[in-house]
Design a binder for this molecule. Structure first.
Ligand code: AMP
Length: 282
């Protein structure tokens, strides 16, 4: 695996591979890698000839400076995991390379900005749009791999690709979970054993709500059930929404449709977790 923090160097490598007719698969991450990230790498390995991963904790997508400071960073372990799991090129840029004091552009994704994550993390998706655009322009991948775990991010990135004519396919990879259902996340590293158990409530709430809805009961019954689960629990519920996966607008009457996805977010202590589940799938 080649590791570089230089735009010129990674572009020279990619130009060479593309001139040989090789297809580039790209997996952007913020590091502190777990099996969820590695499932993106193996999906890229299967589809592309050359797998490029990036690790960059992007400051412009953090609306909370404390969250940025506490974000887990395990670069040595990450490098070794990527080396063993089929990554060919690791792009590891510095803040200087990615921003160099430039931070003037912002993105507005309309309603997609304002719902769910957008409501609780102002500016977050502008930062995501900015960094993903920069990375796409540097790596020029044929395929870019993103996890369903960050469903709203995925919807926004699909919009970005469509509206800005990025010449690449976005590939969605299913959520990897811990044995009891907790969605894998770099932030789980900040939970102790007891908190990890408590964090299962997010998965359990999704399962309960899904079961209520598939029995034909109403959206408000599902909402009530989820609220009740969080009463007297250590975890704090921020939102639970039943939405359509393409516009993220709440489902009311016609919720029994294949695009229906249940989304949840909340806190265990000061660690913020998100999860989601399709009504008829994972
Ligand atoms: P992050 O490092 O958190 O920015 O995540 C990098 C990529 O990995 C994003 O596309 C995430 O959606 C994806 N990802 C994170 N956690 C998981 C998971 N548990 N299962 C599948 N993909 C994930």
């Amino acid at each position: 695996m080649v590791t570089t923090g230089s735009i010129a160097e990674i572009q020279a490598l990619i130009t060479q591979f593309k001139s040989e007719g090789k297809k580039i698969g790209f997996v952007p991450t913020m590091g502190a890698l777990h099996e969820g990230h590695l499932s993106l790498v193996s999906a890229a390995r299967e589809k592309a000839d050359i797998v490029v991963c990036s690790i960059y904790v992007n400051p412009t997508q953090f609306n909370n400076q404390d969250d940025l400071k506490k974000y887990p960073r395990n670069i040595d372990t990450d490098k070794s995991l990527l080396g063993k799991n089929g990554c060919d090129i690791l792009f590891l840029p510095s803040d200087e390379v990615m921003y160099a004091g430039r931070n003037t552009i912002s993105f507005d994704f309309g309603d997609l900005n304002k719902l769910m994550e957008g409501r609780y993390r102002p500016g977050h998706f502008s930062g995501v749009g900015l960094i993903v655009s920069k990375l796409f322009n540097i790596v020029l991948p044929n395929y870019a791999f993103f996890g369903q775990k960050d469903l709203q991010q995925l919807t926004i990135i699909k919009k970005l690709v469509e509206e800005l004519f990025f010449n690449l396919d976005v590939i969605t990879v299913p959520i990897k979970r811990e044995p009891h259902g907790l969605a894998m996340s770099s932030r789980n590293e900040r939970l102790n054993q007891k908190e990890r158990e408590e964090a299962n409530i997010f998965y359990n709430a999704l399962i309960e709500a899904k079961s209520i809805l598939t029995k034909g009961e109403s959206v408000s019954e599902a909402n009530e059930k989820v609220k009740a689960l969080f009463e007297d629990h250590k975890a704090q519920l921020e939102y639970f929404e039943i939405v359509s996966d393409h516009d993220l607008l709440p489902k009311t009457k016609n919720y029994l449709e294949p695009d229906t996805v249940l989304c949840i977010a909340g806190f265990i202590g000061d660690v913020r977790l998100i999860d989601n589940m399709y009504l008829y799938g994972n």
